[in-house]
Design a protein around this ligand. Structure first.
Ligand code: ADP
Length: 592
């Protein structure tokens, strides 16, 4: 009996209190064997079986296909191996066997989804990200970057452009972090794209909306750097080969049509651009499966990082500086609960974030004296998939052309408002549940994709969208009062015609909702972004609790605080991580 109690106590200590996180990483996949299928080239199906371990695609076995023999052989021989070798779905198509190649990739995607994996996270080139060599005890570079998301990779490329040798360490088996799975809306004042659309804008307006949208708690000097450098950072990315579309639009909670959209889906364009640079240069590399566990500080200066790898501990010596770019803590339930003061309860709420967003950087930085600020400011979105919390399946295109209705079919908020305002309003509706309602203006054809690379055809087939030829039919399908839904749409249409603020104060309008078919998609609140974090200055140097610089230590991205205040504007995360990542890399490289 005593033994049993001791075992129980030990288990309790290891696993923590039930209901809290264990402080361990979640995995990329639910381990097991999953079937995947996709339409093949000639009206037939490719069916296969994929074996997943917690963090890897282990094996792909073709069960059935009727693709033309000879033509498709090379695809079946090469594509599965390439996917396993690279742990990426972005593999080269076999020339002459395009249909079969794509069918195999699509079938593996299907299996990845069934295994609870995130397809978009596997869409970037991963090839130069490699695990560490066996037996290695230490490595050295001018700049060591912790985290291979958007901020870390921007810092790495920028440090290298400024003459430094660079090693990026990434704890997950793949690069990209939250950045690769985000909607990729990037706010920047850009007359070349905004003027042709008749959009007036200025960096002062971007500043004002960012500052006031965060209840004036963001540091003005940091916001100034953000808004002034957002467009130059787009030009920098374009110089590295990244392409953006010609449009700008208003993203959820973005307050103004200044969001840019990359040509490549989700955040894959950013990560692929950085990885292409890293692949084609010497003295810069990314090591995956390498988790920073300690920052080394000697005589008041940061000089390196200790990291755990599957093999052993490794010391990374930084001749010039260490950049912390580990992202936020939305996936760490215990940490969320510890700091949350804004919301009634977050323990059971799902998140949009990847499994690695555990707040490691905050713990690493605090251990060497860094000041942490604004940790209570946690951003929720009203846009989570009701089952998973993910942004996938979100049918909206832009703010102007859709409304939200609750389970009674009534509107309840200005759908162009701040994210915290909309989410709070949603939390007060029955079951915190709403439907986005829009029409053909948003989907001129069902091939049109949402911001997460899903076509309306796909959204309908996955049950994420419901379609109807009249509002009455739509109301019946989503089980809301038809009169209420009709009134909601009518009142919205009147405001579109008048262009005047409506009873909720909404001012952002474009088209009426009056062109069937109509579509609806269900959504719930989800944890999205943690605004607080490590305090830095405009040079991305980390500050201690007395406001002094910690020599050799830099930080950028979601791990930092002090920029967005209580509420980050939609579309401001990517300029933040790019602008400050770029500054952090340069500052570290130019350290004497
Ligand atoms: P940001 O948007 O600020 O760049 P991301 O979430 O995109 O944030 O990227 C942060 C990256 O840092 C993720 O890939 C995450 O797995 C990685 N990371 C987090 N903690 C550690 C750690 N302790 N060691 C190495 N990498 C880490």
């Amino acid at each position: 009996m005593r033994k049993f109690i001791i075992v129980l106590i030990v288990l309790f200590v290891i696993w923590g209190i039930p209901g809290c996180t264990k402080g361990e990483e979640k995995s990329l996949f639910n381990a097991g064997i999953y079937e995947g299928s996709a339409a093949g080239g000639y009206e037939d199906e490719v069916r296969l079986e994929v074996t997943f371990s917690k963090n890897k695609i282990r094996d792909i076995r073709i069960i059935k296909h009727k693709e033309t023999k000879g033509v498709s052989d090379a695809a079946f021989a090469r594509i599965p191996n390439a996917i396993i070798e690279k742990q990426s779905l972005d593999v080269d198509i076999v020339t002459g066997a395009t249909y079969s190649s794509n069918a195999i990739i699509d079938a593996v995607k299907d299996a990845v989804e069934k295994a609870g994996g995130d397809v978009s996270a596997l869409m970037a080139k991963q090839e130069s990200a490699k695990p560490i060599e066996k037996g290695l005890k230490s490595m050295e570079a001018d700049v060591i970057v912790i985290g291979a998301g958007g901020a870390g990779l921007a810092a790495a490329v920028s440090a290298h452009q400024n003459g430094a040798s660079v090693i990026v360490i990434e704890k997950m088996p793949i690069v990209g972090g939250n950045t690769i799975i985000c909607g990729a809306s990037y706010n920047a004042v850009d007359p070349s794209r905004q003027k042709p659309l008749g959009i007036e804008d200025s960096t002062d307006k971007h500043f004002k909306q960012t500052y006031e949208g965060g209840d004036k708690l963001g540091k003005p000097e940091m916001i100034r750097v953000l808004v002034d450098n957002a467009y130059p950072a787009i030009q920098w990315l374009e110089g590295l080969g990244m392409e953006f579309r010609d449009i700008t639009f208003t993203v959820l909670g973005g307050l103004w049509p200044r969001a840019h959209k990359p040509v490549m889906p989700l955040g894959t364009g950013f990560i692929t651009t950085y990885m292409d640079y890293i692949n084609s240069h010497d003295d810069i590399e990314v090591l995956v499966d390498t988790k920073a566990v300690k920052i080394i500080k000697e005589n008041g200066r940061v000089t390196g990082v200790v990291a755990d790898t599957p093999e052993n501990k490794i010391t990374f010596k930084a001749n010039k500086g260490v950049v912390i770019a580990t992202g936020g803590f939305s996936s760490n339930i215990a940490m969320r609960d510890k700091y949350n003061k804004m919301w009634p309860e977050l323990t059971r709420m799902k998140t949009t974030n990847h499994a690695g967003a555990m707040g490691d950087g905050l713990i690493l930085a605090e251990a060497v004296g860094a000041n942490l600020i604004g940790l209570e400011h946690i951003q929720l979105l009203p846009m989570g998939d009701p089952e998973t919390g993910s942004l996938l399946g979100n049918i909206e295109q832009n703010v102007e052309n859709r409304i939200f209705v609750n389970k009674n079919g009534n509107r309840f908020v200005d759908e162009g408002a701040r994210r915290d305002v909309m989410t709070l309003a949603l939390l007060n509706q029955e079951d915190s549940y709403m439907y986005i309602i829009l029409d053909t203006h948003s989907y001129p054809s069902e091939d049109v994709k949402n911001n997460f690379n899903e076509s309306m055809t796909e959204l309908l087939s996955k049950g994420k969208a419901v379609k109807a030829s009249s509002l009455e039919e739509l109301a019946a399908k989503i089980n809301v009062d038809p009169e209420n839904l009709k009134n909601a749409v009518d009142s919205f249409n009147k405001s579109v015609d008048s262009g005047k603020p409506d009873l909720f104060g909404r001012t952002l309008y474009q088209d009426r909702i009056d062109k069937p078919p109509y579509y609806a998609g269900a959504r719930k609140p989800t944890v999205h972004h943690t605004m607080g974090g490590i305090e830095i200055n405009t040079e991305a140097q980390v500050l201690d609790k007395n406001g002094n610089i910690i020599p050799g230590l830099y930080a950028a991205g979601e791990v930092t605080g002090g920029i967005h205040g209580t509420n980050r504007l939609g579309g401001n995360a990517l300029p933040d991580i790019t602008v400050f990542g770029r500054i952090a890399g340069k500052s570290a490289a130019l350290t004497r």
